[in-house]
Design a binder for this molecule. Structure first.
Ligand SMILES: Nc1ncnc2c1ncn2[C@@H]1O[C@H](COP(=O)(O)OP(=O)(O)OP(=O)(O)O)[C@@H](O)[C@H]1O
Ligand SMILES: [Mg+2]
Length: 318
């Protein structure tokens, strides 16, 4: 898809709008287990636990006995070189792909065999590495499609126009409008999604995921194709989403973004978890350095290498 950079006016508008944006409608009222309001010493339960998760496609093994947990109300990043297994993990967490082995527990309940729509109803939403928008539908209708995943009444009730369905439709529309306000896109609601600059299209996808009222948001490279200003704005938006109590798992190659906003980082390489911890700790981890750089060459520092690791690599002479 062609990337348009002509959206600076709209982007400036976003900043103004988001400053006073309404609060997202949320199923848990914004409370999170890591809330600063929780009394000291309150045990923090994992929102999601991956335990010994494995997946193979023939000889390719994008997940090899991977374990980690996600804490409610935090931004977790999942990083690793191309082909490390990040998207496969997101696919497993969203029910698109079933693990061959291991367990996925969401709020303590096994979910590794649940289909995607059930997982969505449990409170896990995702965006895709490649945009999946209906280009001819309006921005609002694209966001409404996310809402529909959460509506209780079936297609027939909706088709018959029963009062209960009309009420639900109205509520869905109100929430979709609120989400668009939150992401700073109210003015663009009626435009065809395909007419927007690329960065804003990615934001529509994010809004659609938010419209499902998730507790956990899985983002597969949301900054891919964004310019530095758009990436910085995305970072601010993700922090505001987290401040609403929504937990985020961020798959991203933009290391500046990962290091700036993540509370916790998990690093995959060839389907194995090779490191996890704080952004600073992971940046300094020699295994991470090796995974990103491969055979050391001080002259060559590829894009997406965590800065600290690269600096350490250079300091070590190679
Ligand atoms: N459906 C599939 N069938 C066969 N191989 C697959 C399938 N899905 C993923 N793979 C392989 O699994 C490995 C991990 O892929 P995955 O897309 O999870 O990597 P990634 O970490 O998301 O990479 P990138 O940063 O490039 O997006 C790759 O070698 C990929 O080719
Ligand atoms: Mg991927």
């Amino acid at each position: 898809m062609r990337r348009l950079r002509g959206g600076s006016t709209a982007t400036r508008g976003l900043q103004a709008e988001t400053a006073g944006a309404s609060v997202l409608p949320m199923r848990n009222g914004g409370a999170s287990m890591s809330s600063p309001l929780a009394p000291p010493g309150t045990p923090i339960q994992p929102l999601l636990l991956a335990e010994g998760v494995s997946k193979a496609y023939g000889g390719v093994r994008p997940a090899q006995d991977v374990s980690f947990f996600l804490t409610a109300g935090r931004i977790h990043a999942l990083i690793g070189p191309n082909g490390a297994g990040k998207t496969t993990m997101i696919n497993m967490l969203s029910g698109i792909v079933r693990p061959d082995a291991g367990r996925l527990l969401f709020r303590g309940q096994p979910m590794q065999r649940l289909p995607p729509h059930t997982i969505c109803r449990l409170g896990i939403a995702r965006t895709f590495q490649n945009l999946r928008l209906f280009r001819d539908l309006s921005v609002l209708d694209n966001v409404l499609l996310g809402r529909h995943g959460r509506m209780r009444n079936g297609f027939l009730v909706s088709l018959l126009g029963l009062p209960v369905a009309r009420r639900e439709e109205r509520l869905a529309r109100e929430r979709a409008v609120a989400v668009l306000g939150f992401v700073g896109m109210s003015q663009l609601a009626e435009l065809p999604a395909g007419s927007l600059p690329y960065g804003l299209q990615r934001r529509v996808e994010l809004a659609r995921a938010l419209a499902t009222e998730p507790e956990l948001l899985l983002l597969d490279e949301p900054a891919a194709g964004l310019n530095p200003q758009e990436t910085a704005e995305l970072g601010q938006l993700l922090l505001r989403i987290r401040d609403q109590g929504i937990t985020i798992l961020l798959v991203e190659h933009h290391m500046d973004l990962v290091m700036a906003i993540s509370d916790h980082v998990v690093v995959l390489d060839y389907g194995e978890k090779i490191a996890e911890g704080s952004p600073a700790g992971v940046q300094a981890d020699p295994r991470v350095l090796e995974a990103y750089l491969g055979a050391p060459d001080p002259e060559d520092t590829p894009d997406g290498v965590p800065d600290g690791a690269a600096a350490q690599h250079a300091a070590a002479g190679g």
